[in-house]
Design a protein around this ligand. Structure first.
Ligand code: UDP
Length: 244
C-alpha cells in the first residue's frame, strides 16, 4: 500500500467510520448477521483500495446497551461495561470478515484484553493506519456513561482524521422523523449549532459538541445503500454534512 506517495482522488483521506451495533444485526435487530457483516466488510475494503485510511469504531447495541440494562434494574456502570465488551465481539467479527478479503486489520481496545486484541495506543494506531491497516477500535472510550458516538469523536480527533463518517440506517439528517412524517425534509448540510439547537437526533450531544469545538466534519449517511462508503469518500452528494 503506497498511500503516502500517491494521494488518492478522495474528498477525505483518513476517516473515522462509526458503525452501530444495529448495523451488524440486519433485519433481526439483535445478534450478528454474518451476511450483513460480510457486505460491510467488502465495502470497507473497497474504500481502502480506493486510497482511504480507515479507523472504525463499532457499537454494541445489537448485543447490549447499558441504558437498557439500567432500565431493567441493573447497575448502570455494570451494564455500560457489558456494552463496551459487546463492541469487542462485533470488532472481532468485522476483523475476521475484512481479513478474509485479504485486507490486513488491527483491533485495539480501550479495555485491555491482550489475548484477543491490542490495547489502544494512539501513536501505534496512527502508524498502523499509515501502513495500510484497517484499525478497528473497540471498547468505546473505556468509560461508563459514554457512547460509541463519543468514542468516535474522540478517536477521530486524536488520530487526526479528516472526517467522522457516521453510518446509520437513514440517508441523512431530517428536520423531523421521516418514518413518522412523510413531509420530513433532509438537510444536505447543516451547522453544528443548528443540529444541537434543534436537538436533531444525529448523535449524542457530547459527541456533537466535541466535533463542533474541534471543527471535525461529520457525514451522516445510509450504510444500507450499496457502495455508500466509497461513494461518500469520492464526494458523491449523499447524506448530510454537519460542519465542514
Ligand atoms: N458504552 C460505554 N462507554 C463508551 C461506549 C459504549 O459505556 O465509551 C456502552 C454503553 O452501555 C452503550 C454500549 O456500550 O450503550 C454500546 O454502545 P452504543 O450504544 O454506543 O452502541 P451502538 O448504539 O452504536 O450500537
Amino acid at each position: 500500500m503506497d498511500n503516502a506517495a500517491q494521494p488518492p482522488n478522495l474528498r477525505w483521506r483518513r476517516v473515522l467510520l462509526k458503525l452501530s451495533g444495529e448495523a451488524f444485526a440486519g433485519d433481526q435487530h439483535v445478534g450478528l448477521n454474518y451476511d450483513v457483516i460480510g457486505r460491510i466488510a467488502a465495502e470497507v475494503v473497497e474504500a481502502v483500495k480506493a486510497g482511504a485510511e480507515m479507523a472504525i469504531v463499532i457499537g454494541g447495541g445489537n448485543i447490549i446497551r447499558g441504558g437498557t440494562a439500567a432500565s431493567k434494574g441493573m447497575d448502570r456502570s455494570q451494564g455500560d461495561y457489558m456494552g463496551m465488551l459487546a463492541t469487542v465481539i462485533n470488532a472481532m467479527a468485522l476483523q475476521d470478515s475484512i481479513e478474509q478479503l485479504g485486507q490486513p486489520t488491527r483491533v485495539q481496545t480501550a479495555i485491555t484484553m491482550t489475548q484477543v486484541a491490542e490495547p489502544f495506543i494512539r501513536r501505534r494506531a496512527i502508524s498502523q493506519l499509515e501502513n495500510g491497516n484497517v484499525v478497528i477500535l473497540a471498547g468505546g472510550t473505556g468509560n461508563p456513561y459514554f457512547t460509541t458516538d463519543t468514542a468516535s469523536s474522540l478517536r477521530a480527533l486524536e488520530l487526526k482524521c479528516d472526517a467522522f463518517l457516521k453510518a446509520t440506517n437513514v440517508d441523512g439528517i431530517y428536520d423531523s422523523d421521516p418514518k413518522l412524517n412523510p413531509y420530513a425534509k433532509r438537510y444536505n448540510t447543516i451547522s453544528y449549532e443548528e443540529a444541537i439547537a434543534k436537538r436533531l437526533k444525529v448523535m449524542d450531544l457530547t459527541a456533537m459538541a466535541m466535533c463542533m469545538e474541534n471543527k471535525m466534519p461529520i457525514l451522516v449517511f445510509d450504510i444500507g445503500r450499496a457502495g455508500a462508503i466509497k461513494a461518500v469518500l469520492q464526494g458523491e452528494d449523499l447524506g448530510t454534512l454537519v460542519g465542514g
